[in-house]
Design a binder for this molecule. Structure first.
Ligand code: BEZ
Ligand code: MG
Length: 575
């Protein structure tokens, strides 16, 4: 029987999910080259920028200032809470409401008016609010100036283009103005101190989540590390791997991160987790010293004289050396990437072209592409892409959880095919080798509470916040032909999560069919704009059904088949 307390708890969780969808920052349309953002989009962006402490700019997060002014702690989720309490919800709504009003006041009447409003309704003194409001003013001005077309023309004439850092606006507002030559990073600065501090919380939440679902720590985890992400976050993904292993980066006399040191178990207060790292080709090329650092971290941890139950790296390596009779170097291989000069997993192409029969093939392809080891052996010789399929098979066979960090609000797991090719691909590879599907997690280290979600939760959230959200698809449809193609892409990328990880609920496909195809007015609009993408969309849904990912209602299927036939007539007529 459901008790009133259970019911109240469910309602609070539901409330939390609704707020999460409502507050999710989504791009409402594609960026048009040469055009600045405006209106609600700009207000949302500024609100997001203002919600982080920025020690480098000497500003504090506006929500924190408001909460402090009201005499409250900022109402955040504690590590043990699944949902905010009713009291915290009310407090957060009050704080967020004031922040939104302040941003509106700022956009309408300027810095001083917004500072006055904050002082009047939330006791925030101007000494505290002015720095952040002035930062918003600078950003707002820079958002207005768009020199992308001029910069392109200069580039075509072979002229100089000023450089700017690579990141997104929320992480690093100094990327503005756009239209500059993006520069990358000094790999020796990675992970930055801020990244290492932030990663502690994310790694702890990740392990808490696994622990709460499995009542023990994972024997080993597989992590996906990308280059662009680690540029944007100054190496948060790298730092998460170091935390899981229980080591900290050490800087040399030139302030370069070249060594690691073990964090004592007494300080870590948990076992060291074994991690298998697959890095993208871009990461391998940009972060060669970091690849060595990660490999060094594994080797260091493996050699610590610690009890097996507190050092899973050492335990797994010793076990493998005994059972396989292999050398330490073979058993300690943990950093994998493509063969030198190669990039990508090709799992995305195989899925999207429907060129596969069994799901196992997808995981096998991932390993074929990614089984090249990088690092240094025990004698100090550099290993640069040695084929190590057996070592990868063995390492993946122990994995119980897979994980990737989402680093930006701009691109989520259904916007591009790269998340499913990597995180999906490795999860399928683990499933066969470990003979069990791993738990699959993503973090959202951008939101104020470092949130860990399962893949299934993330697919649901993205579906609700983007694919099925009229704000999102109407934003896309303003772009006509390309907009319909984007909708189709989202559905195909969602399908990629069925193919690689069985992570998509039936309702997702049902609602996609109802929203875009079984609504006559919508179908007509889409067909008029781009019948080719509509054709691909219907076929993708039929493929989802055919492969057993969608248990569709037979009447619905019959309607979809009719739509395909109609479209084929239309497209033949065009051809
Ligand atoms: C990377 O930044 O490493 C990356 C970007 C896109 C796809 C795959 C990897
Ligand atoms: Mg299946």
């Amino acid at each position: 029987m459901t008790t009133p307390a259970d019911r109240d708890r469910r309602i609070l969780e539901l409330h939390d999910q609704l707020v999460e969808i409502e507050q999710r920052l989504i791009p409402t349309g594609l960026h048009i080259f040469g055009q600045p953002s405006a209106g609600k989009e700009r207000a949302d962006m500024l609100r997001m920028v203002a919600s982080f402490d920025r020690p480098e700019a000497g500003t504090r997060a506006l929500p924190h200032l408001v909460a402090e002014g009201l005499g409250l702690p900022y109402p955040a989720l504690s590590r043990k809470e699944k949902a905010l309490t009713e009291e915290k919800i009310r407090q957060r709504e009050r704080v967020d409401g004031i922040v939104t009003s302040a941003i509106q006041e700022f956009l309408g009447s300027g810095v001083d008016a917004a500072a006055f409003l904050l002082q009047t309704i939330a006791n925030v003194i101007p000494e505290d609010s002015l720095p952040v409001l002035q930062l918003l003013e600078t950003i707002s001005r820079e958002l207005e100036a768009n020199t992308e077309i001029e910069a392109l023309l200069r580039a075509l004439r072979g002229e100089y283009i000023a450089p700017g850092p690579g990141a997104d606006i929320v992480q690093n507002p100094s990327i503005l103005p756009t239209g500059r030559n993006t520069h990358a990073i000094n790999p020796y600065s990675v992970p930055s101190e801020v990244a290492f501090t932030r990663a502690e919380m994310v790694a702890a939440c990740l392990l808490d989540r696994y622990l709460s679902e499995h009542r023990r720590y994972p024997r080993a985890m597989a992590l996906v590390l990308w280059g662009l992400d680690n540029i944007k976050t100054q190496g948060e993904g790298v730092a998460q791997a170091l935390w899981l292993l229980g080591v900290r980066p050490i800087r040399d006399g030139l302030n370069r991160v070249t060594q690691v040191a073990a964090i004592p178990l007494a300080e870590l207060k948990r076992p060291r987790i074994d991690v298998v790292m697959t890095v993208s080709g871009i990461f391998r090329d940009l972060f060669s010293p970091t690849v060595e650092l990660l490999d060094k971290a594994v080797r260091l941890v493996a050699q610590l004289e610690e009890p097996a139950e507190l050092n899973y790296v050492r335990r797994n390596i010793l076990e493998q050396m005994t059972s396989d009779g292999c050398e330490f170097d073979e058993a300690a291989t943990r950093v994998f990437s493509n063969a030198p000069g190669n990039y990508g997993t090709n799992v995305n192409f195989m899925v999207l072209d429907s060129h596969w029969e069994s799901e196992e093939t997808l995981g096998d392809l991932f390993v074929t592409r990614k089984c090249f080891a990088y690092g240094r052996d025990s004698r100090g010789r550099q290993i640069e892409g040695r084929e190590a399929r057996l070592a990868m098979d063995r390492a993946l066979a122990r994995v119980e959880a897979t994980y990737q960090n989402i680093d930006t609000f701009e691109i989520g797991i259904t916007d591009v095919d790269h998340y499913f090719e990597y995180l999906g691909g490795i999860s399928r590879a683990v499933e066969k080798r470990a003979r069990a599907r791993p738990a699959i997690y993503l973090s959202d280290s951008l939101s104020r509470d470092a949130r860990i979600r399962t893949l299934e939760e993330t697919v649901r959230l993205e579906t609700r916040a983007k694919t099925l959200n009229p704000k999102w698809y109407e934003g896309m449809l303003k772009h006509g032909f390309r907009g319909v193609a984007e909708i189709e892409n989202h559905v195909s990328n969602t399908f990629g999560w069925s193919a690689t990880a069985d992570a998509v609920d039936d309702w997702v496909y049902t609602e996609v069919a109802k929203t875009f195809l079984l609504d006559d007015a919508m179908l007509e609009r889409l067909r008029a704009l781009n019948p080719h993408s509509v054709h691909s969309l219907v076929n993708r849904l039929l493929e989802a059904h055919g492969r057993g990912y969608w248990h569709a209602d037979p009447e619905m299927l019959a309607e979809l088949r009719e739509i395909v036939a109609d479209l084929e007539d239309q497209l033949e007529g065009v051809a």
